[in-house]
Design a protein around this ligand. Structure first.
Ligand SMILES: *Cc1c(COP(=O)(O)O)cnc(C)c1O
Length: 427
């Protein structure tokens, strides 16, 4: 494929380039296994001496084509597709952290990721320190220890919709000799490509805008290839020293810039699974083909809805980085000049019961545990997704008890506003 194509073309074309007589459309390779002619050919695959498919727990052609498309969109050297966004964030950290290690994360992150980091990773002996992403660099620096292996944040946090200062985070990470991992789910590469701002690894819940139709749960980890693991040889021995489970192969020596992502397939997928299914990859690919068309529509609609809500007397507050009085307006201008996303947070005046009455009065703006797809939807994190968190943890995660997360879809903005209006009138 020709080099340096624009983003919209990559959305449609990247990842699958059929040769003579092959299907024009990416086929679903619904096969667990792949055939070889000789025992020797198969043996070379198991030694990572040849690349090729042998078992769909590790790699599958449909899934790989979609991974290649997402890697192209982000500008990375490779991507691993996972069964969910949760698996993607787990793999991104677990690929370079083991028992006894530590990493630093922004506090304002998705609730599922917060639980994963603070509860489940801890059980594996991996400790996290949460930091206020808006704090000055000197403050964030205090969280680093000699055994710190990574820094993590979300481009636009779910559900508080704060915008991350990616350059600040990248500078802190690199000063401490660790990679910056950015969950780019809400922005998508159409609106922000974190590698251009110094991030080293990008993760996605492809369940959201990338799929865009709420049909397939999935995730992705993308490697920029830019982090120099050998410069910190002793810190990242899992990449720079021989792997006993592959006859002493060393990832940095054998795979260079693709060391991190190759290890993820060869070790984590082999041992833990969590692979995206070929059928889900096929559906995700259909979504990706229109990502560049849908994102601007989500952003335009959200801007109009945010302005409407802000002007409404029954609305207490609106947090949307496209509003000039948002704390994140300037960061959004810098990192998301073409629009942020369709998600906003807001509260109505009155009690928690008023918020619930408002939601129950909506017609097509549906109450669902989802976000970032074609259909407008709404959720009250304190009573839904984040109900496991204490009030203190909620506030730390930037979630006010009255916060409603509104995900603006790609319907007509007038109709979305009309639905919100009739529900506000019932308050
Ligand atoms: C939804 C989400 C996740 C988790 O993804 P799943 O696909 O639901 O497992 C991770 N990060 C962010 C920012 C999300 O919005």
């Amino acid at each position: 494929m020709q080099k340096k194509m624009n983003l919209g073309t990559l959305c449609v074309q990247a990842g699958w380039a059929p040769k003579k007589g092959e299907p024009r459309v990416l086929p679903i390779y619904q096969s667990t296994t792949f055939k070889y002619d000789t025992s020797e050919q198969m043996a070379r695959l198991f030694d990572l001496e040849d690349s090729g498919y042998f078992y769909s727990r590790l790699q599958n052609p449909t899934v790989d084509a979609v991974g290649a498309k997402i890697a192209a969109l982000e500008g990375g050297v490779g991507a691993v597709m996972t069964a969910s966004g949760q698996a993607a964030n787990f793999y991104a950290i677990f690929n370079i952290c083991q028992s006894g290690d530590h990493f630093v994360s922004a506090t304002t992150i998705y609730g599922g990721t917060y639980n994963l980091f603070s509860v489940t990773m801890k059980k594996l002996g991996i400790e996290v320190t949460f930091v206020d992403a808006d704090a000055p660099a000197e403050e964030i620096q205090k969280a680093f220890r000699p055994n710190t292996k990574a820094l993590f944040g979300e481009t636009i946090s779910n559900p508080s919709v704060n915008v991350l200062d990616i350059e600040k985070f990248a500078t802190i990470a690199h000063k401490n000799g660790v990679p910056l991992i950015v969950d780019n789910t809400f922005a998508t590469p159409v609106n922000c490509r974190p590698f251009e701002w110094g991030a080293d690894i990008v993760t996605h819940s492809t369940t959201k805008y990338m799929d865009g139709h709420a049909v397939a749960v999935g995730g992705a980890v993308v490697d920029s290839g830019n982090f120099d693991w050998e410069l910190y040889h002793d810190k990242y021995t899992m990449l720079t020293e021989p792997d006993d489970s592959y006859h002493g192969l060393t990832y940095t020596k054998s795979f260079g810039k693709a060391a991190y992502i190759t290890k993820m397939v060869a070790q984590l997928m082999r041992d833990l699974g969590s692979m995206m299914s070929p059928e889900n990859a096929f559906l995700l690919n259909l979504g990706l083909e229109t990502l560049h068309l849908r994102m601007p529509r989500h952003c335009d609609n959200a801007q109009r809805v945010a302005e409407y809500l802000q002007s409404h007397p029954k609305v207490a507050w609106v947090n949307y980085c496209g509003l000039p009085d948002s704390n994140y307006y300037n960061l959004a201008k810098k990192y998301l000049p073409h629009g942020a996303c369709g998600v906003m947070a807001f509260g109505v005046k009155g009690s928690k019961e008023d918020a619930i009455r408002f939601m129950d009065s909506l017609n097509f703006v549906a109450i669902v545990t989802h976000v970032a797809d074609a259909r407008s939807c709404i959720l009250h994190p304190a009573s839904h997704t984040h109900r496991q968190l204490s009030d203190e943890q909620l506030l730390e995660a930037g979630i006010a008890p009255d916060l409603m997360r509104l995900s603006v879809g790609i319907e007509d903005a007038e109709d979305i506003i009309a639905d919100l209006q009739q529900a506000l009138e019932k308050l």
